[in-house]
Design a binder for this molecule. Sequence first.
Ligand SMILES: C[S@@+](CC[C@H](N)C(=O)[O-])C[C@H]1O[C@@H](n2cnc3c(N)ncnc32)[C@H](O)[C@@H]1O
Length: 220
Amino acid sequence: MFDRISPSYDRLNRLLSLGFDLSWRRKILKYLPNSKTLTLIDLATGSGDQIFALASKHPFGSIQGFDLSEKMLFLALEKAKKKEIPASFQLGSALAIPTDDETADIVTLSFGIRNMTDRKKCLREIHRILKKDGSAYILDFSTPKNPLLKKLHNFYLTTMLPFLGGLLSKDRKSYEYLGSSIQAFPSPTAFATEIEESGFSEIKIIPIQFGIVTLYALKK
Ligand SMILES: C[S@@+](CC[C@H](N)C(=O)[O-])C[C@H]1O[C@@H](n2cnc3c(N)ncnc32)[C@H](O)[C@@H]1O
């Protein structure tokens, strides 16, 4: 699916988030440890926007992105060259990350956990590749608590998103999937329980923009 929508992926992200997605990604900067030599691994990196949002503001020792979609990785690589950000991109599943144990200081996974066929396996893999004091940041959509916002949100996901996404990408089904995957995702507290069960010692739940997005900041 992501190979198919890759040509319009970035444009639609900007448009359908009304340009807010960059500021959501940048929220992670506030929680990064204060070091210039961190090893960053971005899972389900897609077109690399999470990496670029961080690396344009914070220096890293090394940066690697993994994804299952070759076409998304190609976009990421082209953008890294243009932006002169020294990141490497490789095919690799977040369910079996092709990296040794305890190699990353920072793992990020943005708008990807919803797509995992086995969330717990993914969380265990993140835990495995993190160094002892490593941190992980998982960013994804969530459902706002406020009843009025919840109704508007539901309308946006079930009506506007498939319509606009379908019109602009010519792939309505993918945008219907996006809406239903957001609605099917557990609440932040339920997801935090899954995270806890995967061995993380510290979990911060940070709602962003009235809770339409949530950042989970984890410590190994
Ligand atoms: C919604 S995109 C998010 C991309 C990027 N992280 C961002 O913030 O824009 C989800 C990405 O997850 C990738 N993906 C899905 N399942 C995966 C898996 N098991 N391992 C690695 N990547 C996966 C897809 O190919 C797609 O590029």
